[in-house]
Design a protein around this ligand. Sequence first.
Ligand SMILES: Nc1nc2c(ncn2[C@@H]2O[C@H](COP(=O)(O)OP(=O)(O)OP(=O)(O)O)[C@@H](O)[C@H]2O)c(=O)[nH]1
Ligand SMILES: [Mg+2]
Length: 178
Amino acid sequence: MAVFKIIITGSFNAGKTEFIKQISEIAPITTDKPVSEKEMRDIKALTTVAMDFGRLTIDNDLVLHIYATPGQERFNFIYPILLKNAIALIILGDITDRESIKEINKYYHDFYKLKKLPAVVALTKIDKPEKLSDDEINSLLSEVPNSVPIIKINATDKEDVKKTLLFALEQLEEEQIV
Ligand SMILES: Nc1nc2c(ncn2[C@@H]2O[C@H](COP(=O)(O)OP(=O)(O)OP(=O)(O)O)[C@@H](O)[C@H]2O)c(=O)[nH]1
Ligand SMILES: [Mg+2]
C-alpha cells in the first residue's frame, strides 16, 4: 500500500484547517492557538501555529496523509519539515479576499524554491456572495504559471474537499509522477 503525502498551504483564514477537518477519517491533529494580533483576532479567534494533519484512505492501495501549514508568515520555519517526502502541493486562497488571492503568488514561489512539487490552486468560500470575478482573480495571480490548474471549492463541503484531493492526484498521473 502506498502512502502519499500532500501539503495544503495558503494565507491566514483561507480554510486550510477546515479542509483537513472535513476530509480526515481520523480525528484531525490541529495546533490552533489564540490569535495574538488584534486586527487578525477580529477576523477569527484561533490560528494554526505548527500544522494540521489528517488521513484519507482512497482505496486498498492508496492512503493520503494530508498536512496543512500555518497561514502566518512567522511560522514558516515549519515548511521544510512538512515538505519532506511530499508529492503534491495544494494552495488555498479565499475567493472573497484580494489579499488572500494575491498571497497565492508568494506561496507558489516560496514552496517552489524549497521543492518543485506539482501544484494545484483551490479558491475557497465559493458559497459566499462577495466573490471576486474571474478577470480580477487572473490579474491577481500574475506570478503563478498558467500551467497550474485552478479550481473553486467550498472547503466546508466534504465532497468539494475530496474532489480537490482527487484532482491533485489526477495532475500527478498526467505528469506521470505516480
Ligand atoms: N463559508 C465558508 N467558510 C469557510 C470556507 N473555508 C473556510 N471557511 C471558514 O473560514 C474560517 C477560517 O478557516 P480556517 O480553516 O481556520 O483557516 P486556516 O487557513 O486554517 O487559517 P490559519 O491557520 O489561521 O492560517 C473558518 O471559520 C472556516 O470554517 C468555505 O469554503 N466556505
Ligand atoms: Mg489553520
